[in-house]
Design a protein around this ligand. Structure first.
Ligand SMILES: O=C(O)C1=C[C@@H](OP(=O)(O)O)[C@@H](O)[C@H](O)C1
Ligand SMILES: C=C(OP(=O)(O)O)C(=O)O
Length: 423
């Protein structure tokens, strides 16, 4: 049995300032590209969480060095040469399970991938088949999921590959991140329903270009990475704007106010869409210097949103929608069924458990606000379901949350930060 956390509840408006840990997506891209680079790179203010520590360990297992000195990490790239067989634990991290196999293909030695039980259920077939198309041997005993072994020989032919990245943008980002180090680079074409989470692909392109890699994304559905070196690069990681969502939501559901420190004015992060989402619910959203300030009205409007590009925001958006005054419709998010859990089913179950009304669509949710009552909410080893539960509990008395510690995937200390935020 997992432990139960009594979610803080308050009836008066929150008025708080928050400073967030670093972006998971930027930290893990910086780690991968630094491991593939020509010399040492430094990351300042990286996120130190389960997903990024798993990434650092994975790259160490492949021969990179990652050392921490305060809030600066230094990465020495992979060294060439034959390596003993290793097994990499991906945990439940999509970025580790999708980004590391194309890097492992460059290593001379077998690398086996495995992770949490749920990780074996997340879509992985595209990683395996795309590597095979690029000339890499992958042994999966026909499973098309973990555990599988990438039997690298120290170099990868690369070239043209067609994938269906509609289940996860990470399949595409993964090939682009490693592609410059393949002999022919990579020329990736997408064939299938739209690729979700396109801001994450834009982030991949930005990070590649910062490191001197030539990427062509001028043709729709096609991305070409020229073969060549990846330059060493020192980078400062931005605060994680997706994780800012819980705190913005806390202000929204209490008619309160939150100041999020150091919100970047230009960013590839999907979480930047919180500015538009909070506005759509009826909040006033402004920049004050470096900070974003969100002030919420007493009654929240319902919203109609396509969240295909920012699917990871859905759990917290859904929690706010359940506390609004009008129904909300969230679409474009069929791929969430392959996230940490089936998030559409999980949100429907948990909001319904509190007395709410949720209709599942093939690609989304319709949430109709109803008076909610406290309940013990499940979190399904999903950090963002735990954030959603904390937001619901802030507005609904006697809410308990199973396994709040699952937030350590991207935000160790979330429960303490939340208790400070609401006090
Ligand atoms: O590349 C990344 O850093 C991510 C891409 C997205 O994955 P999907 O495209 O699978 O949604 C996002 O949801 C995930 O949290 C992080
Ligand atoms: C989908 C997510 O994570 P992952 O990187 O494990 O895919 C997420 O953080 O919402």
């Amino acid at each position: 049995m997992s432990s139960l956390w009594a979610a803080p509840f308050r009836t008066d408006p929150v008025d708080a300032t928050v400073s967030l840990p670093g972006s998971k997506s930027q930290t893990n891209r910086a780690l991968v590209l630094s491991a593939l680079a020509e010399g040492p790179s430094r990351l300042s203010r990286p996120l130190e969480s389960r997903d990024t520590l798993l990434m650092a360990d994975a790259l160490r297992a492949l021969g990179a060095t990652v050392t921490a000195d305060g809030d600066v990490w230094t990465v020495e790239p992979l060294a060439p040469g034959a390596r003993d067989a290793v097994t990499i634990d991906v945990g439940l991290a999509g970025t580790v399970m999708r980004f590391v196999p194309p890097v492992a293909a460059l290593v001379d030695g077998p690398v086996t991938f495995d992770g949490d039980l749920r990780a074996r259920e997340r879509p992985m077939a595209t990683t395996i088949t795309s590597l095979r198309s690029l000339g890499v041997r992958v042994d999966d005993d026909g499973r098309a999921t973990m555990p599988f072994t990438v039997a690298g020989v120290g170099h990868v032919a690369g070239g043209t590959v067609t994938i269906d990245a509609s289940a996860s943008s990470q399949f595409l980002s993964a090939l682009l991140l490693a592609g410059a180090r393949y002999e022919a680079g990579v020329d990736v074409r997408h064939d299938g329903p739209p690729v979700p989470s396109m801001p994450h692909v834009a982030m991949t392109l930005t990070e590649l270009r910062r490191r001197g890699v030539t990427v062509d994304d001028s043709a729709p559905g096609r991305w070409t990475v020229a073969p060549g070196p990846v330059a060493a690069y020192d980078t400062a990681i931005e605060p994680d704007l997706s994780n800012a969502g819980a705190f913005i939501a806390g202000a929204l559901v209490t008619a309160g106010r939150v100041r999020v420190q150091h919100w970047p004015r230009t960013t590839d992060q999907a979480g930047d869409r919180w500015r538009e989402i909070a506005t759509a619910f009826g909040a006033d959203v402004t920049f004050e210097g470096d900070d974003l300030v969100v002030s919420a009205p007493r009654d929240l409007r319902g919203i109609t949103l396509d969240l295909r590009d920012e699917g990871e925001l859905t759990p917290v958006v859904a929690a706010v929608a359940a506390l609004a005054t009008e129904p909300s419709r969230l679409t474009g998010i069929a791929h969430l069924r392959g996230h940490e859990t089936d998030r559409l089913a999980a949100l429907s179950t948990e909001i319904t458990r509190m007395g709410g009304a949720v209709d599942q669509l093939d690609d989304g949710l319709v949430i109709t606000p109803r008076p909610l009552h406290g309940a013990a909410l499940e979190t399904y080893e999903d950090h963002r379901m735990a954030h959603a539960a904390a937001v619901l509990g802030l507005a609904v008395k006697d809410t308990q949350v199973h396994d709040i510690a699952t937030t350590a995937k991207t935000y160790p200390g979330f429960a303490q930060a939340w208790e400070r935020f609401v006090s």
